[in-house]
Each structure stands twice: as C-alpha cells, then as structure tokens.
Design a protein around this ligand. Sequence first.
Ligand code: PLP
Ligand code: COI
Length: 339
Amino acid sequence: MDTINWSNLSFGYIKTDYNVRTYYSEGAWSKPEITDSETLNIHMAATCLHYGQEAFEGMKAFRGKDGKVRIFRMRENAQRLQHSCRGIMMAELPVELFEECIMTVVKKNERFVPPYESGASLYIRPLIFGTSAQVGVKPSNEYTFLVFVTPVGPYFKEGFKPTPMVIMREFDRAAPLGTGTYKVGGNYAASMQSGVKAAEMGYSAVVYLDAREKKYIDECGPANFFGIKNNTYITPESSSILPSITNKSLIRLAKDMGMKVERRPVPVEELATFEEAGACGTAAVISPILKIDDLSEGKTYEFVKDGKPGAISKKLYDKLRGIQYGDEPDLHDWVTIVE
Ligand code: PLP
Ligand code: COI
C-alpha cells in the first residue's frame, strides 16, 4: 500500500483490503458478507466453469478536490447487470442489494481511492456466476455475487492520446442475435484471439463489424465507438454491442452542448467522413482514435492531423471527467457520494 504510485497506475489488479459477497439459494439472496479472502471455493461442476454462466460490471469511484468519493451511475450498472442475468438465465440481483454491496466495498477500501491530483480512480468490479453442480446444459440453482475494487490508471496506456485501431474481418466478437448486449465473460473470451493479435501488431483495440454483413461498425474492443462530424455525435445502433453507460452519458452531454446526436447503423465507409472518432467506456473513458486500418481491404481512415485529440472529444472528455470528480455540477443526478 505504501508503495502505490498513484500517478503512474496502469489498468491492473492491486490487492485491496476487502471484497463483498452475497449468495443466492432457494430463491433468496443472503445478507452481504465482507471478507479479506481473494479466493473462492467452488464446486468443480459449477455452471460458471463449464457453460459460462457469468456476468460482470465495470464502474468507477473518484476522489474529488473536496476529498469526497463519488460513484458514477451506480443504478445504471445495477440494471445492466440484471439485463445480463436475464440474458443467460441467472438469478437477478435486486438493485438495492447491488447498491448496498457497492457502497460497502468502496467504504471498506476507502484508502485505495486515488487522490484527486493523480487523475486515477478506483475501479469497481462486480461479478455474478452460477455455482451449483450441473452436467447437462442447464442454469444453476445457486449463484454468487461478488464485488472487488482495485485502483487503476488509464486502460489504454497512452491515456487521453490518440491510438491506432484495426478492423480484422476474419474475427467476430458477438452474433447479431447472440449475447453481445450482455456483459458476459464469453464475449470477452471471443475477443481474445483478435485482441492479442492486434496488440502484437501495435494496435490498441479491434474495431468489430456487424457479424452478418460486415458492413457496419459495431464497437471497439472493450468500448463503444463514436464519430463526430458537422457538430453531430454519431454512434452505432446494433443488436450485438454492449449498451455503454459512458456512451449514454456522452450522448446526453453532447445534446446539452447543443450538438446533434445520431444513433444508427454506421457503414464502414462513413469512417472516411468523420472529423474525430473515439472509443468510450468506463475503463477507456474517451480514447481518441488516431486511425483505423481495415487490413483485408487495404484501407486506412485517419482522424487526427496534429497528433492531438479533436476539440469536441476533448470538450466531452473534460465535461465527463469534471462531473465524475465533482468539479462540474451533477445536473443529471449521475453521482452517488459515499458518506
Ligand atoms: N463495450 C464493451 C464490450 C465493454 O466491455 C464496455 C465496458 O464496460 C463498454 C462497451 C463500455 O461500457 P460502459 O461505458 O458502460 O463501461
Ligand atoms: C469497463 O470499461 O468497465 C470494462 O469492463 C472494460 C473491460 C472489459 C476492462
């Protein structure tokens, strides 16, 4: 703990003091339990291990100039987790219980919320998984919900700096009628081959296309995509992407700034017309895109001229971070202060 260099954190795991757990059995969730154990003891035939009955969330807590700790859009994450649970037939966690567990784990690990000046934050990772033994492909009868936290810096190590991304047409992440809108582990397993290959080639993320036609932009690895042109914020509508809470927030902020917003299928060729482009998500915040190489088509789309993020991306980034750290008023009731 004494050795944490707050200003130089990467997006990785650092041990904190406690995690919080609750267990579902016979139709009811247990009272949350606080533990300092980093491990689990689960049945070898648990459905999470064999059939991927697992979903997670990602959210952050921020320390303001005033020293207060703010959690961003906790209720939205609770509701999205319920959506994921319904998607893969797991027991749903009540929103209030989710919020209680999050507040408890952040309070119990308050000393790990990075100082305001560092620009870092406390990443909160809730997860839920099936624990009872099944050998046939059937939903579990029992579930564990667990939340741990870890202090993090930027997901893309460059931070708020444009990075190159890549379209690899030989890989898909999620099917049009599959699990792409759920935050389930299987989607991330499906993205690993392409993700590792892209990283080896020097790209920060893979831009996935719709799997059916390979005509439209889906999303950017662990983040949604947006493009900017003619004072308009444009982001894909697709049945195979995660409904990003950051994207939803940026849509609201763009409208507040008087911009137009379009949520619709975005054809790959339209990339040539964007003045700016970015990836957005809890971990990614806004990660400006330098260029996108469409490898098998031999095309490159560039979004940055002078090496710097575009002016609108910067404005949206500053506004979002301002609200998260408490420097800007929380006009939309997005922030929960941890008392
Ligand atoms: N898309 C994927 C696949 C993600 O994993 C994430 C991260 O949570 C996002 C988009 C961004 O979602 P959010 O802004 O809710 O973090
Ligand atoms: C997040 O942005 O919270 C995510 O979950 C992305 C991730 C898979 C690291």
